[in-house]
Write a protein that binds this ligand. Structure first.
Ligand SMILES: [Ca+2]
Ligand SMILES: [Ca+2]
Length: 560
């Protein structure tokens, strides 16, 4: 029993004084922080005093000559990097300092200012600001035995000394907290469990609930009220943050609403995919965000949905012109425009639609899943997709490259090229290069049908191949199936049931100039051809003709 008591007496002071957190909440207790006495800078002696007041450490300089800017240190810091690799500092700065330079002593060695990067701070603070300092320059197995902060002007890496102003400027430090940051390498949110929003919290004017949409468990977001500011869904800071090791986000969603803008925000930056964002979706789509400017510190992502402004203050507007401004519609009533915003110009503009971050309060946005990772590309790339009619059946064949984490593929068929339904599912081989086929025996023989392949990965992400059209009404058309629109300047064709012999392939502009003319020998009843178009060919519509052996095929193609 006596041994246990003795151990406790030893352990308690160890945790109290080493490694922080240093909160400065106890009257007269500066928790071992002092005005720097071991001056590492050229100006000596130190003229910085520290005191405790309220719940803060008050830092002041007592001289106003050059280089007497504030310097403080903690001689016995004891920050073990294995357990604490970040430092969070909350301060209110009313000195001239704009930059903090850190010196640390590692395992009792000399103070070194090149291990911990300095940070810019704001001045004339009305409130406390929080800064996170990365300590990862110190080896994982080391301990910071002393830490020393110089408050300077200028910017990194070292800043510069300055002359403090009189009266003595103050910096109030609410706390200095070492903490352990463990970077997630992949973070997946599927929303597949009933009532589980996986740590998402809604801010105002929008509901976000877990809901089932068809086969998908989703986060269903619906606007509930009008407002002039943004609607957002935020990840709860207490349960989840993302840091700089995750440089991509992939969000699969179906925007059933008419809201036209969608952004992912974190660390003061907004990442917009809205230039490709679609509205009134019938199917789910995946949007990829490049987060390469994502900061190193913990980020709390937020998702904002709104409506794209069409208002341009410099434009000339006519009577009855309608613009969208801050998610409201305004109509010009006079044909003149004198305002920087239509909202401030009631003489010429009248509010017509709702003032709200989301105009559409009826239709929802369904987020099927969100993945943060370092995979910048969609995992599976489709190669050529063929569909060929043979004796009252259609054979669909497709190639894939770089299969990674793929669950399998659905063959989908459509009568109109717009609405597709699943016909067949095949499990993925997950190879570098794979080939799959499916025979559709359920087709009526005089139809026009469309096929595409839907890839489903293990995280529920989906991607689609290009669409292949088969015309079973026309023997000549069914003899050739094309990848149309043509992608990557490569014309891909499958030719079936043609007589052996030499054929000619020609691609002409709508104006008649020939951009490609090639001989195509056919030796087998089933031949595939992959023809490279000129690298400088313009995008647009062209006419493709294949001729030979009294066979003639013509089709309009779109080159993307
Ligand atoms: Ca405090
Ligand atoms: Ca889901």
């Amino acid at each position: 029993m006596k041994i246990i008591i003795a151990l406790s007496l030893f352990i308690i002071p160890f945790f109290t004084f080493a490694q922080g957190p240093w909160e400065f909440n106890t009257a007269s207790d500066t928790e071992g922080w002092v005005g720097a006495t071991t001056q590492v800078n050229v100006v000596t002696p130190s003229t910085t005093t520290v005191s405790q007041s309220g719940t803060s450490l008050i830092v002041q300089t007592t001289a106003t000559s050059a280089g007497r800017n504030p310097n403080i240190n903690k001689p016995s810091a004891g920050i073990a990097i294995a357990t604490n690799n970040r430092l969070e500092i909350s301060l209110k700065n009313n000195s001239l300092a704009t930059f903090i330079r850190f010196h640390v002593s590692v395992n009792g060695g000399a103070l070194n200012n090149n291990i911990v990067p300095g940070i810019d701070i704001t001045t004339s603070d009305a409130t406390f600001k929080t800064y996170v300092v990365v300590l990862s320059g110190v080896a994982d197995t080391s301990t910071i035995t002393q830490i020393y902060l110089e408050f300077r002007t200028g910017t990194g890496p070292n800043g510069t000394n300055y002359t403090p102003a009189a009266p003595a400027p103050t910096i109030e430090i609410d706390y200095i907290r070492p903490f352990k940051f463990v970077a997630p390498t992949r973070n997946v949110f599927n929303f597949n469990t009933a009532a589980d929003v996986e740590g998402f919290t809604t801010l105002t004017r929008v509901t976000a609930i877990q809901a089932t949409d068809g086969p998908n468990g989703t986060l269903k977001m619906t606007s509930i009220a009008a407002s002039t500011t943004d609607s957002k869904v935020a990840l709860n800071a207490g349960t989840f943050t993302v840091d700089g090791t995750n440089k991509y986000a992939h969000i699969t969603l179906k925007n059933s609403s008419t809201n036209t803008r969608f952004g992912l925000n974190a660390g003061g930056i907004t990442y917009f995919p809205y230039q490709t964002y679609t509205i009134s979706d019938a199917t789910y789509k995946t949007y990829d965000f490049n987060l390469s400017t994502w900061g190193d510190g913990n980020q709390q992502p937020e998702f904002g949905f709104s409506v794209q402004n069409t208002w341009l203050p410099t434009s000339t507007y006519a009577v009855n012109d309608v613009v969208v401004f801050q998610n409201s519609t305004y109509t010009n009533t006079t044909g003149t425009n004198t305002a920087t915003t239509p909202k401030l110009d009631p003489t010429n503009w009248v509010l017509q639609g709702r003032e709200g971050a989301l105009l559409d309060t009826t239709n929802s946005i369904y987020i099927d899943n969100i993945v943060f990772d370092n995979a910048g590309v969609v995992p599976t790339k489709f190669g050529t997709v063929y569909a060929a009619a043979k004796n009252k059946v259609v054979e669909v064949t497709w190639n894939t490259y770089n299969e990674l984490n793929v669950k399998g593929y659905y063959v989908q068929r459509s009568n109109d090229g717009v609405r597709f339904s699943d016909l067949f599912f095949v499990t993925s081989k997950n190879l570098q290069e794979s080939r799959y086929d499916f025979t559709d025996r359920t087709i009526s023989t005089d139809a026009i049908v469309f096929y595409r392949i839907k890839a489903l990965d293990n995280d529920d992400k989906i991607s689609f191949s290009s669409v292949v059209k088969i015309n079973l009404q026309n023997k000549n058309s069914s003899a050739i199936s094309l990848v149309n629109p043509v992608k990557s300047k490569t014309l891909q064709m499958q030719l079936n049931s043609l007589q052996k012999g030499n054929y000619q392939v020609k691609v002409q502009s709508l104006g008649g100039s020939i951009v490609l003319s090639k001989d195509l020998p056919i030796q087998n009843t089933s031949t595939s051809a992959s023809l490279l178009l000129p690298y400088n060919i313009s995008k647009g519509f062209y006419i493709l003709t294949v001729t030979g052996n009294e066979f003639r095929y013509t089709s309009k193609i779109l080159i993307e």
